[in-house]
Design a protein around this ligand. Structure first.
Ligand SMILES: *Cc1c(COP(=O)(O)O)cnc(C)c1O
Length: 391
């Protein structure tokens, strides 16, 4: 492998021997094409006319009034498919095409990455298989249906707990046997090298745009940039635009579940210990014996027991701060943004908003915050209705 894929001591590629040449081929292709003029022009065309880039940076005046400081929202919720995920699936899908692969596989938990992959599988005319735990298939029937409408095959994964981490294991296993014609389109900025680097690259359009828009619309950089963290892709995407601007605070918000203290949550960086999962060294939620623990929060899209290696380094170095938002506060944020702005946020993104609400009265009024609204909440209306019925 050309690069070690290390972020400090984190990351790397702790994978079975058979996967090394496969990852090497992917790394080589990535470095061959990611700055290639034809590739860039192709990707830009899809970003603009298929995906909907650039997304707006919107000053949320009524939400700001509540918080007591200025909140600008980066509108990734307006992307095709309803979230930032298509930035990555378009990028990797195009890479697959340039590599001459004809088939795509992907893992999915909540179904959002599976759907974003199924969409581009249809777009590029590639045979698509989505590996999904049987428990998740049961819980996410609408997304399963949408994937099938796009022509993808949903492969049920029965082993383990029938959730995301098992789906990743099965997809990796399948890949080793079908590498000739198959591309594994990984969903977040984690997993073995080179995925954290590739996914960050394709999500960095968020940060690049947000930085330019801040200078143009606000006349300066924000004081703080906030994003929710599952595997870490939307957060690293927006952070990448500001990480060299030392005065800009970076805050990642994880899923605190019912309460962080109760232990049932997905706050990997806040409460995890270093370990190895899915080929990478990173903070990991595990019990005393080192068994990976099941995560549980109100937003299925944040339920991943590990996190991208670059976030681990950003935490240790103190360059970024990581906090957890608990379910109840997340529901408050979902309701408030909808009431104040007429924008229904994804429950994942509502974690970032909940952190902003917790800072009410604690930051000077002239403070400018850019928050990444990673997705829209139409998919979550039914869940919210269960906890907070509207009469
Ligand atoms: C998948 C998803 C996330 C979490 O994934 P990251 O890789 O951490 O960005 C967050 N928000 C939305 C809307 C999602 O669909």
């Amino acid at each position: 492998m050309k690069e070690k894929g290390r972020f400090g001591d984190y990351g790397g590629f702790y994978v079975p021997e058979v996967l090394i040449p496969v990852l090497e081929e992917l790394e080589e292709a990535y470095y061959k094409y990611y700055k290639d003029e034809r590739f860039l022009a192709d990707l830009d065309n899809y970003y603009r006319h298929y995906g909907g880039r650039p997304t707006p940076l919107y000053f949320a005046s009524r939400f700001s009034e509540y918080c007591g400081f200025k909140v600008y929202i980066k509108r990734e919720d307006l992307m095709h498919g309803g979230a930032h995920k298509v930035n990555n699936t378009l990028g990797q899908g195009l890479l697959a095409k340039y590599m001459g692969k004809t088939k795509i596989i992907a893992e999915t938990g909540a179904g959002q990455h599976g759907l974003a992959t199924a969409m581009i599988g249809a777009l590029f005319g590639m045979e698509t298989k989505i590996f999904m735990g049987v428990v998740d298939i049961e819980r996410q029937s609408v997304n399963v249906h949408k994937m099938k409408l796009c022509g993808a095959e949903v492969v049920p994964v029965e082993c383990g707990t029938g959730t995301l981490k098992d789906a990743i294991n099965d997809a990796l296993r399948y890949w080793t046997a079908h590498v000739e014609d198959t591309f594994y389109l990984f969903g977040s900025a984690c997993g073995p090298h080179p995925y954290p680097t590739i996914v960050k690259h394709f999500q960095s359009c968020i940060g690049k745009e947000a930085r330019e828009q801040s200078l143009e619309q606000i006349g300066r950089l924000p004081d703080m940039v906030v994003a929710c963290v599952g595997g870490g892709s939307n957060a690293i995407g927006i952070f990448s635009g500001f990480v060299d601007d030392k005065d800009v605070r970076l805050v990642g918000v994880e899923a605190g579940g019912k309460s962080v203290a109760s232990g049932n949550h997905a706050a990997t960086l806040v409460a995890g210990r270093v370990g190895i999962l899915h080929g990478a060294k990173a903070y990991l939620l595990q019990d005393e014996e080192g068994q990976v623990t099941e995560t549980e929060s109100i937003s299925a899209g944040l339920d991943y027991p590990s996190v991208g290696p670059e976030h681990c380094l950003l935490k240790d170095s103190g360059r970024a701060e990581y906090v957890a938002a608990e379910d109840d506060k997340v529901l408050d944020a979902f309701e408030l943004l909808t009431k104040k702005e007429g924008i229904i946020p994804a429950l994942e993104s509502s974690h970032a908003l909940a952190y902003l609400m917790s800072q009410k009265g604690k930051l000077p009024a002239e403070t400018v915050v850019v928050v990444n609204l990673s997705g829209r909440g139409d998919k979550d209306v039914g869940i919210v209705e269960k906890y907070r019925p509207v009469n």
